[in-house]
Write a protein that binds this ligand. Structure first.
Ligand code: HDD
Length: 722
């Protein structure tokens, strides 16, 4: 039986989208209001001063709630061009995610030169002290897909685009100064091995699986990098607390064409900070966006992340005398041997307006260097210079990706490239070639041998071969250098990580082969990992070059030795209940603010807690949504009734036990003791669990929190377990 047509769906002019009054015809000629930013970066703001919704072709839309049908219950009509255009665009919203470094987060800022490098480089960006160059930075994980979690055990990308007055300079680095492989021809294999296995498409964003360790254990050159990725460097506390490295040896070139080798370093002002593995696993559940949220919040609150740019400069003579090959990306030059000269600072002071337009569409390319910076013969760098152009063409769909505002240079530019998909800026006029005889203005731009980029005129006289130089063959000495430069807790974490990862590997022969390489690095580490796996110690792997140099410890390689010296920029979690002591709370807040830190309140109810003096304090988290893993240190400030309530709550007990297990500093009010008793750790509390018995205790507690963690706790617990 035919139903009588009902027309209950919202009509145009009704809620939810109330049709605004049509603006004058002149306003309709613009689909979007355009805002122009400093440096010519153009963003289209949906709406803006145009009140009327339009199609992409600019036609005012009368009804955006109902598609066109033959009768309210009848078939859809193909002539509904508005629906067709809207759905067509939606269907094409996704572009391919990056094949590596898919999950990333970016921000704008500037690079400021603090020490001129004019003595060694003609690059414009290095000439004038105090001058600021606009910059965009994208941080990323490597293996996980775009929607994966932030705290995977992984390398972090640290890609910086500087919009210099002589073109864009992309320093496409990582938070680790070395790489897995020496030759770019192995890159697809490396990446295939770490990505989800191809038949089952898991594990996501994890190296703990057979394929990765199979490849690694068959690739001894990767073991230096493995020491880094198994260390806490691979689980940073935030993007703000990681170092960045250009990795390769580059060249700086002066006005006369003289070249100096250089390695680039970014050093975080906030000090090096990482989390621990058990914490990382839990953060991924509690807040998969932990790192991006941290960057967003820090910048929006005016606490601008900052790094120093440092350079290690050296010449051919140094390179020849140095025991390793400076062209080998699996090697570093210890800072104690060649100090880092600080020449500038990078400050991130503006979040993006639109994630897709900026962070997703930004295209980094190692080959983007201005005159005055050049490449070395590092084979990995040379291989990268090929790869990045291809990848941007694939990802962004055409050769005109430099027309996208985030990628466009901010310096004057002129060339005869034209046409192609999405061409936004074809040159005006009659001439599109050169040389031409149309005169200095009509004829367009001309080459400038004095200003233009000139490659360093190196002389190469080697036969054409596929081979690695002998000087790349020592795969273990620097892996050992990294390991021996770590503090005991950092060494323990490396052993724990190796045992964890290899315990996820199903094939015993892969586990054993990995340990056979560790024997060439450090016998104690190899024995610890073998023991953790329940494995008989295998024979040492055969080394390509059986030399083992004992290099002096490098303090620069340790996180703990380069950690924070205050609680500035960090976050205190305060677990609060109704009736909590108002004076202590206020003192705590004052101490946090004095330290330049932030705090968040966690309470049994999201509405917050009413303090002893009747003040209501809003909560940021309800207890089960605000675990202690989200904070650098915690305070538990409750009343007797609050303690009794929370002592029966699993999430509150986890809050206490996790903070303790992760070696955090804990402030504990007298009443809160009950929670720690019920959580089963009251007898274990140590000197980093400080009393908050009165308002006077607050500042002492905050001072103690300056250290990254109270690591003796973990070492002691571990020794007890043995
Ligand atoms: Fe790479 C992206 C860093 C080796 C090929 N790489 C990419 C990004 C970073 C790095 C930070 C993300 C950029 C962004 O945020 O958009 N890659 C490195 C470092 C390496 C390295 C520090 C070693 C020193 N990469 C490397 C090799 C190759 C590539 C050897 C290939 C021969 N990398 C790529 C790529 C990506 C990329 C496939 C994927 C997305 C992109 O370029 O834009 O072309």
């Amino acid at each position: 039986m035919a139903k009588s047509p009902k027309t209950s769906a919202p009509k145009s002019g009704e809620s939810p989208a109330k049709a605004p009054k049509l603006p004058p015809a002149a306003a309709l000629s613009t689909t979007y209001a355009e805002t122009q930013r400093d440096g010519g970066e153009t963003h289209q703001v949906a709406g803006g001063d145009v009140a009327t919704l339009t199609t992409a072709n600019g036609h005012p839309v009368a009804d955006d709630q109902n598609s066109l049908r033959q009768g309210a219950r009848g078939p859809a009509l193909i002539e509904d061009t508005h629906y067709r255009e809207k759905m067509f665009h939606f269907d094409h919203e996704r572009i391919p995610e990056r094949v590596v470094h898919a999950r990333g987060y970016g921000a704008h800022g500037f690079f400021e030169l603090t020490d001129s490098l004019a003595d060694v480089s003609r690059a414009d960006v290095f000439q004038r002290v105090g001058e600021r160059t606009p910059a965009f930075v994208r941080f990323s994980t490597v293996a996980g897909s775009k929607g994966s979690f932030d705290l995977a055990r992984d390398v972090r990308g640290f890609a910086v685009k500087m919009y210099t007055q002589e073109g864009n300079w992309d320093l496409v680095g990582n938070n680790i100064p070395v790489f897995f492989i020496q030759d770019p021809i192995k890159f697809p294999d490396l990446v295939h091995s770490v990505k989800p296995e191809p038949d089952r498409e898991f594990p996501q964003a994890a190296s703990a699986h057979d394929n990765f360790w199979d490849f690694i254990s068959l690739t001894p050159e990767s073991f230096h990098m493995i020491m880094w990725t198994m260390s806490d460097r691979a689980i940073p506390r935030s993007f703000r607390t990681m170092e960045g490295f250009g990795v390769h040896t580059f060249r700086l070139v002066d006005a006369k064409g003289k070249s100096t080798f250089v390695k680039f370093h970014w050093k975080p002002k906030a000090g090096l900070q990482s989390v621990c593995w058990n914490e990382a696993v839990k953060i991924n559940g509690a807040d998969p966006d932990f790192h991006r949220r941290d960057l967003w919040d820090a910048i929006n609150s005016g606490d601008f992340p900052e790094w120093q740019l440092g350079v290690q400069l050296f010449d051919e003579a140094f390179a020849d005398k140095f025991d390793f090959d400076v062209l080998d990306a699996t090697k570093l030059i210890p800072e104690e041997i060649l100090p880092v000269r600080i020449v500038g600072r990078l400050v991130l002071d503006r979040v993006v307006d639109n994630f897709f337009a900026e962070t997703e569409q930004v295209a980094f390319m190692t080959q983007n260097v201005p005159p005055g910076i050049d490449f070395s013969n590092d084979p990995l760098l040379q291989g990268r210079n090929f790869s990045y152009l291809d990848t941007q063409l694939k990802r962004l769909g055409g050769p005109n990706f430099t027309h996208i505002p985030i990628n466009a240079p901010k310096c004057p530019m002129a060339h005869f490239q034209q046409d192609g998909h999405m061409a936004m800026r074809n040159p005006k006029g009659r001439v599109n070639y050169e040389p031409n005889s149309w005169g200095p203005f009509d004829g367009g731009p001309r080459e400038d041998p004095a200003r233009g980029f000139t490659s360093v005129a190196t002389v190469e006289q080697e036969p054409k071969i596929r081979a690695r130089p002998e000087s790349f063959a020592d795969h273990y000495s620097q892996a050992r250098l990294f390991f021996t430069s770590q503090t005991p807790i950092e060494q323990k974490h490396i052993g724990d990580a190796l045992v964890f990862e290899l315990s996820k590997v199903e094939r015993p022969d892969i586990r054993a082969r990995t340990v056979s390489h560790l024997r060439n690095i450090d016998e104690t580490l190899a024995a610890t990992v073998a023991d953790g796996l329940g494995l008989d110690l295998p024979k040492p792997a055969e080394a390509a070059r059986p030399t083992m140099m004992d290099m002096p410890v490098s303090d620069a390689l340790s996180i703990v030795k380069n950690g924070p010296d205050s609680f500035k920029g960090r976050k205190l979690g305060i677990l609060l209940s109704d009736g909590a002591d108002a004076a202590i709370f206020n003192a705590l807040v004052a101490a946090v603010e004095k330290a330049g830190a932030v705090y968040e309140v966690v309470a049994p109810k999201i509405a917050g807690a009413t303090l002893s003096d009747g003040t209501k304090v809003a909560a940021k988290h309800k207890i089960d949504g605000g675990p202690s893993v989200l904070f650098d240190a915690v305070a538990v400030l409750v009343s007797d009734a609050g303690a009794a309530l929370l002592a029966g709550d699993a999430a509150a007990k986890d809050f206490a036990t996790d903070a303790f297990a992760h070696c955090k500093f804990i402030g504990i009010s007298r009443e809160a003791q009950l929670l720690f008793e019920k959580a089963g750790i009251a007898d274990d509390l140590d000197e980093a669990c400080l009393p908050l018995a009165s308002a006077r205790d607050a500042s002492a507690f905050l001072t103690a929190c300056a250290k990254l963690r109270h690591w003796p706790r973990e070492l002691a617990v571990d020794l007890d377990a043995k």
